[in-house]
Write a protein that binds this ligand. Structure first.
Ligand code: ADP
Length: 424
């Protein structure tokens, strides 16, 4: 397997978003959880997204982990590596975007790196090097108050210059709008002047396409899912991949019993649970009992054993905001959340032991706990169930499984049935 495109994402949900974007653009994509073991057997794919949690950790550690991921991807033959960052350029003056970019650039011997967090379809645009979040500059957006990475400067040339040891230049929109050759000429000028990176303006998808064509000729780029979209479109246009062949399926059906787990308490998930009661048996866990010990999980598993043979089931810990607040007041927010997540992971592990091979999980943290517990090293990304929520096939795991992992507010009112309909 030789993926044309390797990606290193600095957080898990950003990695999923990118993997989904690449798949929609026509690349067959695997997302791995962390740097995979050397012997991980991958299916034939065009792109691999290695998910790290390196956005807000100490810069030196982020560099080490990113270098390991880069080595693994290049070792598998990836000609281009995209370092995937947040589309709001989440970082501080000490990193981690600049230090990781510098290290990866040194390792691959790239002269100048194209950098843009632009992703117009989600309102992220870059003009004269300034990042806009919808209609306002970054430093006037809610990101100015981010708890970990408050963003007080919208000028990314300045922001990245403070983090990087190389000089950072600008490829402006006027140049991008003239096309790939004009961008190449500007980059060559900058490289000649000793610049090792350039923020590239992009306001429309067509700008991303121009950037993607140029970036595909380099060994390294830095950007958000928009950069991924540009690169994917350039790779598909190069004729090496059959467009959209990737999204057709996730391989042969796995069959076997199916189950849904809901740990999200979002409005959307609460409605989806209510609607699913028409389609499958639903067990509502007693959250207080979950926090107090293991008996509630045992009750759920005994119930699951009775129903699994007859069709899909749903087990939910979710409750209304006032009930969540009351539980948190009694036990503390973190302790309550952690206890429930771990119980959901216990239940998922036991369900797989009972033979479940199709699993839908609602809730970002809940999904993370379940995937970690099932020790799934990666996923082949399949068709979209709802915007941003694809069917996933486990790769390199002990059991051949299909999963759908949904963060709280995603999906339509019949999400659980919609997911199971695509998971055969
Ligand atoms: P979302 O994607 O909606 O944010 P998450 O799974 O990320 O969902 O977060 C939901 C959090 O709420 C988890 O930590 C989960 O364990 C916790 N939780 C689930 N059910 C309850 C409940 N009934 N009361 C309090 N916390 C809950």
């Amino acid at each position: 397997m030789t993926p044309a495109l390797g990606c290193i994402a600095d957080d898990y949900t950003g990695a999923s978003d990118l993997a989904n974007t690449l798949t929609r653009a026509g690349l067959r994509t695997v997302q791995t959880i962390g740097v995979p073991a050397d012997d991980l057997a991958l299916p034939e794919v065009d792109a691999v997204v290695v998910s790290l949690k390196s956005r807000s950790i100490e810069a030196g550690l982020a560099v080490t982990r990113s270098r390991e991921a880069d080595k693994w991807l290049r070792g598998r033959g990836a000609a281009h590596v995209l370092f995937k960052i947040c589309s709001t350029f989440d970082s501080t003056d000490t990193g981690n975007i600049g230090p990781v970019m510098d290290a990866l650039r040194e390792d691959c011997g790239e002269t100048i790196v194209l950098v843009t967090p632009a992703f117009p379809e989600t309102g992220r645009t870059v003009y004269q090097g300034n990042l806009f979040v919808s209609s306002v500059p970054l430093n006037e957006s809610p990101l100015k108050d981010h708890p970990l990475n408050p963003m007080h400067d919208s000028n990314l040339v300045r922001v990245l210059s403070r983090q990087s040891t190389t000089k950072v230049g600008l490829v402006d929109l006027a140049t991008v709008s003239k096309g790939a050759d004009a961008v190449r000429v500007r980059l060559a000028d900058l490289a000649g002047g000793g610049f090792g990176a350039a923020i590239v303006d992009a306001v429309f998808d067509r700008d991303l396409e121009t950037i993607g064509v140029v970036a595909a000729g380099h060994r390294l780029s830095v950007g958000a899912s928009g950069m991924g979209l540009g690169l994917a479109r350039a790779l598909v246009a190069s004729g090496k991949f059959a467009p959209n062949a990737s999204t057709a399926d996730v391989g042969t059906p796995v069959g076997g019993p199916a189950a849904c787990l809901a740990g999200s308490c979002s409005q959307a998930t609460l409605q989806q649970i209510r609607n699913s009661e028409r389609a499958m048996p639903v067990l509502h866990l007693h959250p207080e009992r979950v926090v107090m010990g293991k008996d509630e999980a045992q009750r759920a598993l005994a119930w699951a054993r009775q129903h699994l043979a007859n069709g899909p089931i749903l087990i939910a810990s979710s409750s209304r905001p006032d009930e969540v607040a009351a539980l948190q007041a009694r036990h503390g927010r973190e302790a309550a959340g952690h206890a429930i997540e771990q119980t959901m992971a216990d239940i998922a592990e036991a369900l797989v032991h009972f033979g479940v091979r199709r699993l839908v999980v609602a809730g970002g943290e809940t999904s993370g706990a379940v995937v970690d517990r099932l020790k799934i090293p990666g996923f082949l990304v399949g068709p979209e169930i709802a915007a941003g929520v694809p069917v996933l096939r486990a790769v390199g795991a002990a059991d051949d499984m299909l999963l759908a992992l949904k963060s709280g507010n995603f999906g339509g009112p019949e999400f659980f049935s919609d997911a199971l309909a695509l998971m055969r």
